[in-house]
Design a protein around this ligand. Structure first.
Ligand code: RBF
Length: 164
C-alpha cells in the first residue's frame, strides 16, 4: 500500500491527554524505530510521559489496547511488525490484529491508531520505520493520528455537553 497522500496532521491543547503506546516485540530493529517515532511525535505534541508497554507479538495488541482503553486512556498507539513467511500464519495474525484493534476502538470510542506494519520483507518494514535511511515514519504517523483523533472527539463531546 502506498504511503503517498498522508495528511499533515496537527493537534493543539493536547498535553493533558493520557496516551498509551503498546509495542509488540517481534522484529526488534524495526520496532525500535516505530517506538522512537511515536515517542518523538508525542513529545512534539507536549505529551512527555506516555505509558509505554510491551506485549509479546502483534496478536496480543488488541487485548492490551482493550485493557488500556478500559483504564481510561484517551488515545492508544498500537505498534507492531508482521512479516510474511512461507505459511498462511501472516494472514491470520494480520486479520486478528486488524479486526481486534478496530473492535476495541469502535466498542470503547477510544481512538486506537493502527501502527502495525504488514510487509513482505524486512527491508520494506525498515523503510517505513522512521530510521536513518527510511522513507516513512509510521510510528510518528500513528501517534499523531491517535492524538489528533482524541482531540477531535474531545471537542465534539465538549460541544455536545454545552448544548444540553
Ligand atoms: N508476531 C509479530 O508481531 N510479528 C510477526 O511477524 C510474527 N510472526 C509469527 C509467526 C509465527 C509462525 C507465529 C507462530 C507467531 C508469530 N508472531 C508474530 C507472534 C504472534 O503475534 C503472537 O505473539 C503469538 O502467536 C502468541 O500468541
Amino acid at each position: 500500500m502506498s504511503g503517498i497522500g498522508a495528511p499533515e496532521l496537527s493537534a493543539r491543547n493536547c498535553g493533558d491527554l493520557r496516551v498509551a503506546v503498546i509495542a509488540a516485540q517481534w522484529h526488534e530493529p524495526v520496532m525500535n524505530g516505530l517506538v522512537d517515532g511515536a515517542l518523538r511525535a508525542l513529545r512534539d505534541l507536549g505529551i512527555d510521559e506516555p505509558t509505554v508497554l510491551a506485549v509479546p507479538g502483534s496478536f496480543e495488541l488488541p487485548a492490551a489496547a482493550k485493557a488500556m482503553a478500559s483504564l481510561g486512556y484517551d488515545a492508544i498507539v498500537a505498534l507492531g511488525v508482521v512479516i510474511r513467511g512461507g505459511t498462511p500464519h501472516f494472514d491470520y495474525i494480520c486479520q486478528g490484529v486488524t479486526q481486534g484493534l478496530t473492535q476495541v476502538a469502535v466498542d470503547t470510542s477510544v481512538p486506537v491508531a493502527f501502527g502495525v506494519l504488514t510487509c513482505d520483507t524486512e527491508e520494506q518494514a525498515l523503510d517505513r520505520a522512521g530510521l536513518p535511511g527510511s522513507t516513512e515514519d509510521k510510528g510518528h504517523q500513528a501517534a499523531t493520528a491517535a492524538v489528533a483523533t482524541a482531540t477531535v472527539l474531545r471537542s465534539v463531546t465538549t460541544a455536545a455537553a454545552l448544548d444540553r
